[in-house]
Structure formats: C-alpha cells, structure tokens
Design a protein around this ligand. Structure first.
Ligand code: XIL
Length: 319
C-alpha cells in the first residue's frame, strides 16, 4: 500500500546471535527468516560494521556481512546495508590512532570505498552515517566529529555516492520518531545541511527502538516523516523496529505493544515516501534489548517458544 516496498527483519550471523539459547531452535528460526511470506527484506545486525569489515587498518573482511547478503540473495530479499560510519563497534585500532584531519579523511574514504565498493550494486540502501546526534539534537562528540567537525558527514555521503551510485543513501538514528523532539529537530538540521551543500542523501532511517509504555502515535509518525520529506529526501523508512516491554510480560503490555507496532505500520502505509519497515531481528532470544536495557525484553514478534506476539496479527491486518 502507498509506497511500501518491503516488510523485513534484520538478522545476525549465526555465531554472533545474541544469547543464543538452544541451538536446536536454529532450523525453526531459519525457516521463518527465509520464508518470503514473512519477510521481503533483511539487514545484517552486525556483519557490515567497521569492527568486522576493517579489523586492521586497510585489511578488509567481508565474511560476516556476506552471510546475510547471501541469505538475501538466496531468498529473494531486498538488502539494506548497515552501517558505514558509526562511533560504536569501531575497530580498536581506529579508537587508538592519533588522528589529524587529513589522516582521518583518508581513513574514512578508504573504509567506504572498500566496503561500499565490495557490495556495490547489491545494497538497496546504505546507512552511510549512523547516530551522529546527541539526545539534545546537537552533533555527537564522536571521534569523527572531534577531528573533522561536520565535514565528516559530507565526506561520508560524497564518497558513498561516488562508490555506489545506485544505492539509496540514508542518515539513520534512534529517538527521531516524534515531531516535537529536539533530536528530531537535530536530524532535520543535519539533513538540511547536507542538502544545502548539494550532497546526495536519499533517505532518513528512523531506527524506532520503541517502548510499549510510551510509544509514538500514528499521527506522531506521520508528522515526523513529513518533516523529513519536506527537506527533499525521496524516502524514509523504519529501519530497526522493536517495541520493548518491562518484564514480565502480560496481556495488557502485549496489547500496548501491538498498538505501538500498529502505529508504525499504519503511518508507513499512509505516507507515500515510507518505503519499508525492518524489525531488528524477529525472535525474542536474539534481540539486543535484554542486554542493553536490563529488565526489559519481549520486543519482537516471536516468543522464545516460537509462538507469535499479538502484534503479529495486528500487523497482518494493517498491511
Ligand atoms: C546492535 C546489535 O543488534 C547488537 O547485536 C550489538 O551488540 C550492538 O548493536 N542501533 C544500531 C544498531 O544502529 O547497529 C544496534 O545493533 C542497535 C542500536
């Protein structure tokens, strides 16, 4: 409906999956993951990140990312690639280096040239820069920003555009799903800065790591997407959707979670530039949530025993 091109789920390389509980569940997991009726798109949750792709300076390794890329190809899924420039999960060598603006320009250029070059033509989207903003909407004081200021954003998008002209290039962040938030305003400013400089940016990715208790409404999502599309980006997407619950789970919390998923889906089908929705994995035991937000969990659509959350049926009705 509207501009919706896909509903997908991110996945990890088997060896990297979070809190892998019982390996016997892998066949069931893989059957759902591969089923084209469930998911038409995927993203590697980890494998294309800096620490995997450039473990040593100028030494590239694509094994982890290729697992997910191969899975996408074998099962006819759209591949979203994630992420070229991010302050987290950087290689240790990158953190230790004493940078000058010039050496960092060279390093960023080399990384993007190699990684985006390796997957050229195969990534429908690239998250070129991830999480460049602080919670108050100012630029995050990352290693990139400290050395290059906002120039690193321009450089990253310019290099990505030159290396893989067919990929849609995204700015991706969390906490940018509400129209009145200062971080959303920061994202608007960031995208506008790139647009005003004549740099190619095609999309804004709203990660959408949401909480069932306090989630954006359908109207919040619509209004937020319009702020981005008004800047001239041709698309927006929900790139890492999950809706966490304060444990333990009960029927009421699951109903709120279903509302939250429904708000995202309803908004996305109503906004023509909203091209798709990606869950950040689909099976609760493989979610990043319990490790990152202690006491919270059950954020995806399949419980540990492979029964489905109520949100699953609500989503099916919405599409
Ligand atoms: C998470 C992965 O899911 C975890 O496995 C990993 O340990 C940390 O990163 N925002 C992002 C994603 O852009 O890359 C993060 O993924 C979750 C938050």
């Amino acid at each position: 409906k509207a501009g919706l091109q896909y509903f997908g789920a991110a996945t990890d390389t088997p060896g990297q999956r979070e809190r892998a509980p019982f390996p016997a569940s892998y066949p069931k997991y893989d059957a759902i993951l591969k089923d084209p009726k469930e998911f038409g798109q995927t993203t590697p949750t980890n494998g294309m990140k800096f620490m995997f792709t450039e473990p040593e300076p100028g030494v590239f390794n694509y094994t982890e990312g290729e697992y997910v890329e191969g899975l996408a190809e074998d099962t006819g899924k759209i591949l979203r690639c994630h992420a070229l420039v991010w302050h987290n999960q950087l290689s240790p060598w990158f953190e230790k280096e004493t940078w000058t603006p010039e050496t960092m320009r060279v390093a960023i250029t080399r990384h993007i040239t190699n990684v985006a070059g390796h997957w050229k033509g195969r990534c429908a989207h690239w998250d070129v820069v991830n999480e460049a903003l602080e919670e108050d909407g100012t630029y995050r004081q990352s290693i990139f920003y400290k050395v290059l200021g906002e120039e690193y954003l321009k450089l990253a998008f310019q290099v990505a555009a030159a290396v893989d002209p067919g990929a849609k290039l995204y700015y991706n962040d969390y906490g940018i799903e509400r129209p009145a938030s200062v971080k959303t305003a920061g994202a608007v400013k960031l995208v506008k800065m790139l647009k005003d400089a004549g740099i190619k940016i095609d999309g804004v990715g709203m990660q959408a790591h949401l909480h069932a208790d306090n989630h954006p409404t359908t109207q919040d999502h619509i209004d937020t997407m319009k702020l981005y599309t008004a800047l001239g980006v041709s698309e927006v997407a929900f790139t890492e959707l999950d809706v966490r619950i304060k444990m333990p789970v009960d029927a009421e919390k699951l109903a709120m979670q279903a509302d939250s998923y429904k708000a995202v889906a309803t908004a996305c089908v109503k906004v023509k530039e909203c091209v798709g929705i990606t869950l950040w994995d689909f099976y609760d035991p493989f979610s990043w949530v319990p490790d990152t937000f202690p006491g919270q969990g059950a954020s995806l659509l399949w419980f540990d025993d492979f029964t489905k959350h109520p949100a699953y049926d609500v989503l099916i009705e919405t599409f």
